[in-house]
Design a protein around this ligand. Structure first.
Ligand code: G3P
Ligand code: CA
Length: 243
């Protein structure tokens, strides 16, 4: 089997073993040997970057409401852990800066943005500049236009094109927007060898998502992907250690 290094990317932290997108989940991903974590952000009413998958707090906290209509003070009162079990009671919705304070500098962070809000764009660029994070952060989205706007606003930001339907061939994706992507993030079922090889020739990373079963992880490692996004970073790390 190929020995090309494959990066372990913990999806929403270690979402298979802890409540997603909480500091407990990110800490567990670190402990389980992830090289990177993936997370989702939305802007709060007062323009801060809140780590949460949904646009509302309804599913993953004990509160209700739109993140964009709530201040950080309101959001930080919510319990974002109890739904994952008593051991996680009292976990709070993290701000993006809380995550950077937690994860070690060796780790990359894949920030997924789900909206094209100028408030989000400004806050994200501000944080990347202030904390000098351009080397270890890549920003992905299904909304490619908003990534292009982000890249035009700050050329140092690395962007990753997410696909939930058949992805463009890497050569097309590479040339389509007039800005250079860093990575392609296709659904894992939509990746084959020629896709990976073409991306590699163009210097594009390939990060399939979200892969939780070992045979599929093994097959993707064999294809030579750059990294695998998984809810179970420990499982992928264990597999890579055995290969
Ligand atoms: O980055 C891959 C994956 O996170 C995209 O889908 O819905 O889990 O944010 P979703
Ligand atoms: Ca995501």
């Amino acid at each position: 089997m190929t020995t090309k290094p494959v990066r372990v990317v913990g999806h929403r932290g270690a979402a298979g073993d802890a409540p997603e997108n909480t500091l407990a989940s990110f800490a567990l991903a670190v402990k389980q040997g992830a090289d990177a974590i993936e997370l989702d952000v939305h802007p709060s009413k007062d323009g801060r970057l809140v780590v949460c998958h949904d646009t509302t707090v309804n599913r993953t906290t004990n509160g209700k409401g739109e993140i964009g209509q709530m201040t950080v003070e309101q959001l930080k009162k919510l319990d974002a852990g109890s739904w994952g079990g008593k051991a996680f009671a009292g976990e709070r919705l993290p701000l993006l800066e809380d995550v950077f304070d937690l994860v070690p500098p060796r780790m990359e962070v894949n920030v997924e943005i789900k909206s094209d809000s100028p408030a989000l764009r400004d806050a994200l660029i501000g944080m990347l500049r202030e904390r000098e994070l351009f080397g270890r952060v890549f920003v992905s989205s299904f909304n490619h236009e908003c990534l292009v706007r982000l890249k035009r606003a700050e050329p140092l930001v690395k962007i990753g094109l997410l696909y939930d339907t058949k992805p463009l061939r890497p050569a097309e994706a590479h040339g389509k927007y007039g800005v250079e992507p860093y990575s392609l993030h296709p659904h894992h079922k939509l990746v084959d060898r020629s896709f990976v090889e073409e991306a590699e020739r163009l210097g594009l990373r390939v990060y399939p998502w979200t892969v939780n079963d070992e045979p599929r992880m093994r097959a993707l490692v064999e294809l030579g992907v750059s990294g695998i996004i998984t809810d179970f970073p420990g499982k992928l790390r264990g597999l890579l250690d055995r290969l």
